[in-house]
Design a protein around this ligand. Structure first.
Ligand code: DGL
Length: 259
């Protein structure tokens, strides 16, 4: 089999990375993909760095066994804590996802931006290096405690979710932010709820599209792009509650696996 015909492997701690998969599939419809939702071990955001690295290695091993030609780490927490270790360990290209604070910092008019992410991302050295490089911008950081757990349990539209979001976003509104950066791949699914809370002048940004473009560029650079127009295969594996993952990727096959 031509290497370019092999699938792209994508993993996240759960269903959140399907927001990234969607962008990849829409930009690169010829590519086969295999998506791993490690929902049994979610949330990653409360775990120490060494555990996040170990879980990222486990997911990568499984995807490579399935023939992945490139790995997309569709998880900010795994990227900011484990991408250097992954690149050092494996001889395959990795694409990571990081909170898009740069475009927010460049475009803010009020001089204040908000970032909602997991504890693991906000405490990572990679994220803190990026924030310390910003000049004249007030960055309001908030850990999204329990948001991932509620999403993984299928409770996006609950009162509890709305209350938590209200609690997390209110200080940002009071600080007059005009950009909210979603620093977790689960959070794009909360945009309708977030919009109910934020004033209309606040722009919400996530990194999904940028990750898809970067995936395309790296495939191209490595001669791995699948340019043959074809009916591609999109496969989804999870190790917990397949019905939740299925509800995010309606019409695509979801299988429960032990990985
Ligand atoms: N979706 C993940 C992220 O982008 C991880 C959330 C979690 O498991 O805590 O950070």
């Amino acid at each position: 089999m031509e290497k370019s015909a092999q699938p792209i492997g994508i993993f996240d701690s759960g269903i959140g990375g399907t927001s990234i998969w969607r962008e990849i599939h829409s930009l690169l419809p010829n590519e086969d993909t295999i998506y791993l939702a490690d929902s049994k071990n979610a949330p990653y955001g409360q775990r120490p760095k060494d555990e996040i690295i170990e879980l990222s290695f486990k997911n990568t091993d499984y995807l490579l066994e399935q023939g992945a030609k490139l790995i997309v780490v569709a998880c900010n927490t795994a990227t900011t804590n484990a991408i250097n270790e992954l690149r050092a360990q494996y001889n395959v290209p990795f694409i990571g996802i990081e909170p898009a604070i740069k475009p927010a910092a460049i475009n803010t008019k009020t001089g204040a931006i908000g970032i909602l992410a997991t504890k693991g991302t906000l405490s990572s050295a990679l994220f803190n290096k990026a924030v310390s490089g910003l000049k004249n911008v007030k960055v309001i950081e908030q850990v999204g405690y329990n948001l991932v757990t509620l999403i993984e349990e299928g409770h996006i539209d609950s009162d509890e979710m709305l209350e938590l979001l209200l609690q997390y976003l209110k200080p940002m509104v009071q600080a007059n932010i005009d950009y909210l950066v979603l620093g977790c791949s689960h959070y794009p699914y909360l945009i309708p709820q977030i919009k109910k809370i934020l004033p209309e002048n606040v722009t919400i940004i996530d990194s999904g599209e940028a990750v898809a473009r970067q995936t395309q560029a790296i495939l191209q650079q490595n001669g791995l792009l699948n340019t043959v127009p074809r009916q591609s295969s999109q496969v989804f594996y999870t190790n917990y509650k397949p019905e939740v993952l299925q509800s995010f990727v309606k019409g695509f096959p979801v299988a429960e696996k032990d990985f």
